[in-house]
Design a protein around this ligand. Structure first.
Ligand code: F3S
Length: 781
């Protein structure tokens, strides 16, 4: 099933628009002649919709941009995975455009189970998710999006092999999208509504990130691998250390890294909360990788650009650029690390792990070693792991723990197959799973008898290790390490085994000790294409295609546009619930079993605010319809979504009252879409998480904060609220004050002051009913 024919590619569509980007960079230089830019800034600012407008009030040396300015950007490309693509496409469809404005791709990877191996798991997963895959494929064919079917590979590996390129800017609807930074792209993970901005050619807004410089010195050798760089860095930075920042790698140590190794490092930048991570164009590794993946012409253009003189060189940082923070890592001194359990920033050097494990009473043995995934399934990773397997097999050893391998793409799997690596793993007892996320996203059906609730350990070369992430068991401790280390440790099955210093007894009584792993960055005879059924559709729009959504589906539903804002103030809204304490996006739209309804807004809305605590009763997900004074005494408690649905049916719109940092946690757009669908007009809080506040405005919900926080105590459930000055404020592009007239159930009436952060664009969204309505209107005109 292999051949050396390149995948069907239109190389022009996969090449960043270099002439346009260079023109923009010239414009940026003209406006800010004395500024010295990092590489990330050069690429980012070359994607501004209008540098002139963005920098109109910035001083000539560019100070005051980072961490302050809101950038309106025009990304070159969008990639979507199957779970998040559903809502992104449903929203895109409601804009009524015939095709996407920028090239885009869909990757079916998240909904595929890992259990008994690709041959069995893949067909079962396809039949279990058929309606979703049919919808995605038909929408892709209609709107000209490349569709990578189930089994083709994991989004980030496929993007690296086909779309990532130096200087590209892309958005991806998955948090590990920054993987593409390994090939010099600015690649940012976003929600579906943000992806739709790019798909319809509307500017996408981002607060200019700060730049964290990481200087790499020395060379990796022996057991140390690129994964260890990011495992070590995660320990230094913690899970929040990269928030609002781009991590830019530089320094002489880069030359010892492969392109895929750089991708691994960028992939896990998500674990420290970074906006994205970036390596500079590195001809020594990037050119061979681009050539091996049939993109030699991109490498030639990148080489020409990166050898042009300083200030106008799009692919290199300015010599005197400054970073907001700097960290230096000496690769020559770096030892392998193991991170976990339960958080990716709990980082322990291998030499100390045995001691730390004993002190913490972590299990002495572990049941499974899992390598591969989007993070670590490169040719280099797999050949280094197979070198260890070969050594152990030659000594007559078999793995003590279960051993699973997840190839990141069909290209990688087929190449490993033709080069004998797959059979090396399989002969040792390893199970090669489908080219998909599988165990990395909880789609792992364990067959080793470990029951839910039983404490146990596993080792993986994945990127995340939150509780329940892999097998749904909150007591499974997932330790993250390089694929080499996971492979070697699987032969011992002991958490205290250090393959650099310890040996394993052979049946003969002789000790067996691993030699350090070695492998190749790239296959000597090129990548194989593999099964042609896994190649993408061509990505050419066809207006005759009917998008397949079964009207009786429980998983997919066409989105109806929200009504525009009325030509009046909002009157007689009712308080649905006054929430006490933390209210995250998970509180507002829970994940877990609800994820299968991501494409069905009415069904997923059944989980709206089910994690919220009622401030007046202390109960979770319990509210009372106190509409009629007479009903007070006997009103029965009901779920929050239940009351919201009842009011929606009655045409009664509502507001939520909440405390600080409402909507913290993630960019989950459903947390804004669902309340809007059920009739929310205003969220009144002490403060908001920034991304969620923006998401609310995009869906047409008005976020207001208390001018005086003490007013939180004066409002309660089922009080009636009317706005004062909101319509004027919206019509004046956000200029104006908004008050609320409150009529309590007791009959008491008073007015409170509020604050807002409405920009002119956001006022437009709310007046239109949602950002999508506005985009659709523009698209039609
Ligand atoms: Fe996410 Fe799939 Fe990677 S779940 S972390 S994209 S393997």
């Amino acid at each position: 099933d292999t051949s050396t024919t390149p995948a069907s590619t239109d190389i022009a569509l996969r090449t960043p628009p270099y002439p346009k980007l260079l023109r923009k960079l010239h414009e940026v230089r003209r406006l800010l002649p004395t500024a010295r830019f990092t590489l990330a800034e050069k690429i980012l600012y070359s994607h501004l919709e209008s540098p002139e407008e963005a920098f109109s009030s910035v001083s000539k040396d560019g100070s005051g941009i980072r961490g302050a300015l809101s950038l309106k950007l025009k990304p070159d490309r969008v990639a979507m995975q199957d779970a998040s693509a559903q809502m992104a496409l449903l929203q895109f469809m409601s804009c009524g455009l015939p095709s996407t404005a920028v090239p885009a791709s869909i990757h079916c990877d998240h909904m595929i189970v890992g259990e008994r191996g690709a041959d069995v798991d893949l067909p079962e997963s396809i039949s279990g998710n058929k309606e979703v895959f049919d919808f995605l494929e038909s929408a892709a064919n209609k709107y000209g999006i490349e569709f990578w079917p189930p089994g083709a590979g994991i989004i980030h590996q496929t993007v690296l092999e086909n779309y990532a390129a130096p200087g590209l800017m892309m958005l991806g609807t998955d948090s590990h999208t920054p993987n593409a930074g390994g090939l010099g792209s600015i690649a940012i993970g976003v929600g579906g509504a943000d992806a739709v901005d790019a798909l319809v050619d509307a500017p996408w807004e981002l607060k200019a990130p700060k730049i964290l410089g990481v200087r790499l010195e020395g060379r990796l050798s022996g057991w140390a691998s690129p994964k260890d760089i990011i495992l070590h860095l995660a320990g230094l930075l913690t899970v929040r250390g990269g928030t609002g920042k781009i991590i830019e790698y530089h320094g002489p140590g880069i030359s010892s890294l492969s392109a895929t190794g750089m991708a691994t490092i960028c992939n896990m930048g998500a674990e420290v909360g970074a906006t994205t991570s970036l390596f500079p164009f590195t001809p020594g590794s990037h050119t061979p990788y681009l050539r091996a993946t049939h993109r030699g012409s991109i490498a030639e253009q990148a080489e020409a650009i990166s050898s042009s003189p300083g200030p106008h060189n799009l692919l290199r940082a300015d010599a005197e650029c400054e970073y907001d923070e700097m960290i230096t890592i000496d690769l020559g001194k770096l030892e392998p690390h193991i991170n976990g359990p339960f958080t990716p920033d709990l980082s322990t050097p291998l030499s100390q792990f045995s001691e730390v494990a004993k002190a913490n009473k972590w299990p002495e043995t572990f049941g499974a070693g899992l390598i591969g995934s989007c993070t670590n399934s490169s040719y280099q990773d797999m050949t280094r792991a197979s070198h260890l397997v070969q050594q152990a097999s030659a000594a007559g050893l078999k793995p003590k723990a279960d051993f699973f391998v997840t190839p990141g793409s069909e290209q990688i799997r087929a190449t490993l197959d033709s080069d004998g690596v797959v059979s090396t793993f399989e002969q040792a007892g390893g199970v090669v799973l489908a080219n998909a996320c599988g165990p990395c996203i909880g789609q792992w059906k364990r067959t080793d008898g470990v029951q839910k609730g039983t404490e146990n350990a596993i080792f993986t070369s994945y990127n995340r290790n939150f509780r329940s992430r892999n097998d749904g068991n909150a007591k499974t401790m997932n330790f993250l390490a390089s694929p080499e280390l996971v492979t070697a440790m699987t032969y011992s099955g002991s958490t205290s085994f250090n393959p650099m210093t310890d040996s394993i007894p052979l049946p003969s009584g002789e000790p067996f000790r691993f030699e350090p792993p070695s492998g190749q960055d790239l296959p000597r005879s090129g990548f194989a294409v593999g099964n042609a059924a896994f190649l993408p559709t061509p990505g050419v729009p066809d207006p005759n295609v009917q998008v397949v959504i079964d009207p009786s589906s429980t998983r997919l539903a066409v989105l109806d546009p929200f009504e525009p804002f009325p030509a009046s103030e909002l009157g007689d809204l009712k308080v649905l619930v006054k929430v006490k304490g933390q209210c995250t996006t998970d509180t507002i739209s829970a994940a877990g079993p609800w994820l299968k309804y991501k494409g069905h807004l009415p069904n997923i809305s059944e989980n709206t605010l089910i994690g919220a605590i009622n401030a007046e009763t202390g109960e979770t997900n319990t509210v009372y319809d106190l509409s009629a004074a007479a009903a007070d005494a006997n009103a029965e408690g009901m779920g929050i979504p239940e009351l919201a649905k009842k009011w929606k049916a009655q045409g009664q719109e509502w507001i939520v009252v909440a405390e600080h940092n409402y909507g913290e946690g993630s960019a989950r757009e459903h947390a804004a879409l669902q309340p809007r669908y059920l009739g929310a007009r205003i969220i009144l809080a002490k403060s908001f998480a920034r991304i969620h506040e923006t998401n609310l405005k995009k869906q047409g919900v008005v976020p207001l904060t208390f001018a005086d926080e003490a007013d939180y105590d004066r409002i309660g459930a089922c009080d009636e609220v009317s706005t004062i000055g909101l319509l004027d404020t919206l019509q004046n592009g956000g200029k104006g004050e908004v008050g609320l007239r409150v009529r309590r159930r007791s009959g008491e009436e008073f007015t409170i002051k509020t604050k807002h952060t409405l920009s002119p664009d956001q006022c437009g969204f709310i007046l239109a009913g949602s950002a999508l309505n506005l985009l659709a209107r523009k698209g039609r005109s």
